[in-house]
Design a protein around this ligand. Structure first.
Ligand SMILES: [Zn+2]
Length: 231
């Protein structure tokens, strides 16, 4: 089980802010709407979501104790996870053969971008190993006109395609999926923050807010639709 746990998921490093998702609240006008940030959706084999359980778990099986937007435990989430992990089908082999693009989920301005870090961090039995490298992620953060921010973590080395200050439109390429930083396998950690820098789950559901922040959330366990036009 420990191996299984370390094969899935991630946690972004600094400068991530409040690691806890918001409790269900009315946050006013919804942001976005966000388009799914990976155009090649068929290359994503699973999603591991935000933990809505405010309890910080301890012990050997702590990662199992979480609640996703529907209240489901691991592997739909893991303890204290503050984003959604979209895992690349085929792992490193697929990454090496041509990793999928990551695109902006909405119009905005790039406020942070970092590249050049080792991108083959991987799971070992109880921890992530970056083979002696720094363990810092390649990432992009986009701020949107409504004050919300989206974060794109663990990108492939030398794939970051935007610089700080660049204006991006929904669907513009930001980089490619990698496994840099605290990452057990190639995937995108996609995170949404409200204007108060509180982590919010874009999925609507009984443990989240009633309005989806995706343009089209899709049916349960399907991936949201690309494109930023609400349907
Ligand atoms: Zn993650």
């Amino acid at each position: 089980m420990l191996l299984a746990l370390t094969l899935l998921g991630c946690a972004p490093e600094a400068p991530s802010s409040d690691p806890q998702p918001a409790e269900p609240t009315d946050t006013g006008a919804p942001p976005g709407p966000f388009g799914f940030p990976i155009p090649e959706r068929d290359r994503i084999y699973t999603r591991i979501g935000v933990d809505h359980d405010p309890v910080v778990q301890t012990g050997l099986l702590a990662s199992l104790l979480c609640a996703d937007y529907l209240g489901r435990p691991f592997p739909n989430c893991y303890d204290e996870h503050d984003g959604s992990d979209f895992m690349l089908d085929g792992s490193f082999e697929a990454m090496d053969a041509g990793s999928p693009d990551i695109v902006a989920a909405a119009d905005g301005v790039v406020v942070e971008a970092h590249d050049g870090e080792y991108d083959r961090c991987h799971a070992e039995v109880t921890a992530v190993s970056c083979d002696g490298n720094s363990g810092v992620a390649n990432y992009v953060i986009v701020q949107h006109s409504d004050g919300w921010r989206t974060k794109y973590w663990h990108m492939q080395k030398d794939s970051v395609a935007v610089a700080v200050g660049a204006a991006v439109r929904c669907g513009d390429v930001l980089g490619r999926i990698g496994s840099s930083g605290n990452s057990s396998a190639p995937h995108l950690h996609f995170e949404v923050e409200d204007p108060d820098l509180v982590v919010v789950d874009p999925y609507a559901g009984p443990r989240s807010q009633p309005t989806s922040y995706w343009a089209d959330q899709g049916v349960t366990d399907a991936l949201p639709e690309p494109g930023c036009t609400a349907r």
